[in-house]
Design a protein around this ligand. Structure first.
Ligand SMILES: Cc1cc2nc3c(=O)[nH]c(=O)nc-3n(C[C@H](O)[C@H](O)[C@H](O)COP(=O)(O)O)c2cc1C
Length: 184
């Protein structure tokens, strides 16, 4: 079975998650294509896959444009939307309560508006890079650093990873098992 993992990222967190999910599904015996929707030359053909995973980062409450428009443009092509899985990487999802809020605020409204309510979805924590080599611009760095500090986070390390890799691995394994069950 062939699975598409398509993502939009601004600073690389969602890309690392997509790569990890791809590796887990590959290890489970599935064929995977992990595609950065911004840099890819050819937008993937949804019909060529048995399952689809779409991921995005969140900035100022917004999905990446590429991931949102990929879902919007292909909404009729996800013939069985139970085979569609959505994930986010965002600061809100750093705790279990935050995950529920992120799902409610950022995922559910979008899925509902696209008629994709049968998709599975999860929200993962974020990653912040405040070092000199960071892709985050100095203005946004300042804002986010302040917000994290107000939240009691120690930002002195420069890189703060609030992603729960166990949660991410479970999400990937559950999805892989689901697809494999369908094939039986
Ligand atoms: C400028 C900026 C704005 C952000 N705004 C939000 C936000 O509105 N809500 C949220 O939950 N997380 C927010 N975050 C956290 C990001 O979603 C988190 O860093 C995520 O891992 C980014 O994913 P990406 O690197 O794949 O784009 C923000 C981060 C930055 C740097």
């Amino acid at each position: 079975m062939k699975v598409l993992i398509a993502y939009g990222t601004r600073y690389g967190s969602t890309e690392e998650i997509a790569a990890r999910i791809g590796q887990i599904l590959h290890d489970a015996g599935l064929t995977t294509d992990v595609v950065n929707l911004k840099t890819t030359k050819m937008k993937p053909d949804v019909a060529a896959y048995d399952g689809w995973i779409v991921g995005s980062g969140i900035q100022m409450g917004h999905w990446t444009k590429v991931a949102k428009s990929f879902l919007s443009k292909n909404k009729w092509k996800f013939t069985d939307s139970t085979k569609l899985a959505i994930f986010l990487s965002c600061g809100t999802a750093k705790t279990p309560e935050g995950r529920d809020k992120a799902k409610k605020d950022y995922i559910l409204p979008l899925l509902t508006s696209f008629g994709l309510q049968n998709a599975r979805y999860d929200a993962f924590g974020g990653f912040y890079d405040f070092t000199d080599s960071s892709r985050v611009g100095s203005f946004f760095k300042k804002i986010m650093k302040k917000a994290l500090e107000e939240d009691g986070v120690d930002v002195s390390a420069g890189k703060i990873d609030q992603r729960d890799w166990g949660q991410i691995e479970s999400f990937a394994k559950d999805y892989g098992n689901f697809l494999k069950e369908l094939q039986k």
